[in-house]
Design a protein around this ligand. Sequence first.
Ligand code: SF4
Ligand code: SF4
Length: 195
Amino acid sequence: MLKLYEKYLEVIDNYLQQCFLEQKPFIHCKAGCTDCCETGEYPFSRLEMEYLMAGFVKLPAETKQKIKKNITELLANKPSDGKFLHRCPFLIDSKCALYERRGIICRTFGLAAFDEINGQKVVKLPQCCKIGLNYSEIYDRENSLVDMEKFNSYGTKNFLPHPPDLNYMINELTKGIDGLEFGEIRPLLEWFKQN
Ligand code: SF4
Ligand code: SF4
């Protein structure tokens, strides 16, 4: 199954590469930039988790220890219910310790997408637009709005047709790859909870 998943990842990486190319004028991602891994829930499917952990076991002992410590601390601070936004435990020394095996949601970080609110098409920007990074050129910080005039002036048309949503990615892009079972999707930390 993990081999089949790697085949799927090729499909999704190609697709997302096109999205990043299309959105290039607004993308400021570079090595060492980690804001997208600082605050979130990071939904992972069972299959993505298996793939991530198959890489985890091969990491150097010291890195594994750091990750385990992060997970233990986060679980201790996690409220029993409700959303828990946190730094990803796999972010070690300002880098993803399992970058090649990161989740699908992680691969979409930094992209803008279209969404529909009350029947109206809106542009959803990545969080880091607020700190002067991706899409900050068209984000009106004072009013928390997208400057559509500036946005249209860049002539960028093909965005993700939906916010970078894991279910969407899985449902839309696995068509044609038979036998791939993603399983349940949970926030990353939930996979480490002892029941
Ligand atoms: S798995 Fe890696 S890329 Fe994804 S949120 Fe965690 S540190 Fe960031
Ligand atoms: S998405 Fe934003 S925070 Fe993440 S690497 Fe790109 S610019 Fe940095």
